[in-house]
Ligand binder design. Structure first.
Ligand SMILES: [Zn+2]
Length: 255
């Protein structure tokens, strides 16, 4: 079975929040053109995987919105056709983003009615192997997405990552997992959610010999390293963890 995931650059995620989470509480929409990597067999689970990454955000112009409220949005398809045109020329995939200002955490009946028409339009214009993504942005910043393969075939995205200064993960049932007993100490130190997040990732550990440094929790419950880690030999790295983020000191790498 094909699986699919989406990676949003943080700058694109920020722009989408600005465009879609407006103060009037009405739904908004935008397109994101995405590049695609096709992995025939994921080395971890052996499944074929399609990995999309954001390339450009295209707003839906206000004058193309036909009607909108807190529960729906309808817009002319002109801008969608323009996005398909660019996507075809640049070998990209169109993702349609819209907001659910009232916090409905699933695709609505209207979404389920409209989106088969969009994928049909996309395939009529750009060819029968054209796919589109559809993503809901929730008021709390959560993201839920799916990939349309044809008007009858749709799969949920197994993961949406936002990558920038921080890494944020969105996947079904995030936060509901319970750690196995073996990871209880880690859960106590870094929070239950971290174990579930790690279980969804393939993690490469790149060590500088800081293993064993004292991990503490700051006043807001974020992991922190105090004092900093400084290697006096080999790579001479020098870093500490501030506000939950690894920060490299200016003299890192210097003897
Ligand atoms: Zn919707």
């Amino acid at each position: 079975m094909i699986t699919a995931s989406l990676t949003l650059q943080e700058q694109h995620s920020n722009y989408l929040r600005e465009l879609l989470l407006t103060t009037d509480g009405k739904e908004r929409a935008a397109y994101v053109l995405c590049g695609k990597a096709v992995i025939n067999a994921d080395p971890w689970d052996g499944q074929p995987h399609q990995k999309f990454i954001s390339y450009e955000v295209i707003p839906v112009p206000e004058d193309e919105i036909v009607s909108f409220s807190a529960k729906h949005i309808t817009w002319k398809t002109d801008s969608f056709v323009r996005a398909l045109q660019v996507a075809q020329a640049k070998n990209l995939t169109v993702a349609v983003f819209h907001s659910h200002p009232e916090g409905l955490g699933e695709f609505s009946t209207q979404d389920n009615t409209n989106e088969p028409d969009l994928i049909q339009l996309a395939q009529n214009r750009n060819g029968s192997d054209t796919q589109i993504l559809s993503v809901i942005l929730m008021p709390d910043g959560n993201l839920i997405g799916r990939l349309w393969i044809s008007s009858q075939e749709v799969i949920s995205l197994r993961m949406i990552r936002v990558i920038g200064q921080k890494i944020r993960l969105h996947y079904p049932n995030r936060g509901l997992g319970v750690s196995p007993p073996a990871f209880q100490r880690q859960a106590l130190a870094l929070g239950e959610a971290l174990n579930q997040d790690l279980s969804m990732l393939s993690v490469g550990v790149s060590g500088c010999g800081g293993t064993g440094s004292a991990i503490a929790i700051d006043s807001l419950g974020r992991p922190t390293l105090n004092p900093s880690v400084r290697q006096l030999n080999e790579c001479h790295c020098h870093f500490w963890v501030h506000q939950g983020i690894v920060e490299w000191c200016a003299d890192s790498g210097q003897k």
